[in-house]
Design a protein around this ligand. Structure first.
Ligand code: ZN
Length: 263
């Protein structure tokens, strides 16, 4: 009786051992079979190729007055100067072109560090091209946005704050009017909130050669008034210029992050 019990226990042990061995090799097989699936999954979730957004930054004004003329819009007989010399700080005497360029170069660095591709219309005070040539630089590079950077001036020295100029339905700009206004509103709102300055609103301009020749979203930010003593002092300081560049950078990022968020 006892012998039979031992025989039965032995048989049962062997059966269990056999089942366990079989099971573990089956498990190994399952793992091996699963391996290619994991690899396939990794291939599928590889990041999709993303094209860097191209931003053209146009720091307003050059070192000299050019009296050469160019048509204000494609096919137009109305002629306008190729560029102007800009305004000057009422208290500090700072030249507008200096402020525009300083802010633009800092903005370029911030955007490039964030993966944007930036094209500058100028990086010094020695070179400047016409409004049409600068618009074509953005057109030829199929830019996602062209931002023209300026500082303002007005006969009443009390007037202050930032504004945004956007194109109207003239020339090539007919196709980019709506998107330019949307981007312009986002950037101006971000700028004025970040800096804590007066928001003078988005203004449609049909008399800007650079706008009328643009096939890509385009706008001109007026960073403040050099004819206002307080804003002149601020605009002339490098701390404030750095703040302006950061605020513009934030606004541009917002334009494209909202676009990415929509289906
Ligand atoms: Zn200007």
């Amino acid at each position: 009786m006892l012998k039979k019990f031992f025989e039965l226990t032995l048989l049962l042990s062997m059966l269990i051992l056999g089942w366990a061995t079989l099971n573990s090799s089956a498990l190994r097989k399952t793992v091996e079979l699963d391996q290619p699936k994991i690899e396939n999954l990794e291939l599928e979730i590889n990041p999709v190729e993303t094209k860097a957004h191209v931003i053209v930054i146009d720091p307003g004004h050059g070192p000299w007055v050019n009296l050469d003329m160019e048509p204000i819009a494609p096919g137009s007989e109305v002629m306008k100067r190729k560029y102007g010399v800009g305004t000057t700080g009422v208290v500090t005497g700072t030249l507008e072109r200096e402020i525009n360029l300083n802010v633009s170069l800092m903005l370029r660095d911030l955007l490039e560090a964030d993966g944007f591709r930036v094209i500058m219309t100028r990086t010094d005070h020695e070179t400047i091209s016409s409004n049409i040539d600068r618009a074509n630089l953005a057109n030829d590079n199929n830019a996602d946005m062209m931002l023209r950077i300026h500082s303002d001036s007005f006969k009443d020295s009390n007037v202050h704050g930032a504004s945004m100029l956007v194109p109207g339905s003239v020339g090539y700009a007919v196709d980019i009017v709506d998107i330019s206004r949307i981007y312009g509103e986002i950037i101006l709102k971000t700028l004025t909130e970040e800096i804590g300055m007066k928001n003078r609103g988005v203004i449609t301009r049909t008399d800007q050669t650079g706008f009328n020749w643009s096939k890509v979203p385009i706008m001109t930010v007026e960073l403040g008034f050099l004819s206002n003593p307080d804003e002149d002092r601020l605009l002339s300081s490098s701390d404030y210029q750095t703040k302006l560049a950061h605020a513009l950078y934030k606004g541009i990022v917002k334009c494209f992050s909202q676009e990415n968020a929509s289906p």
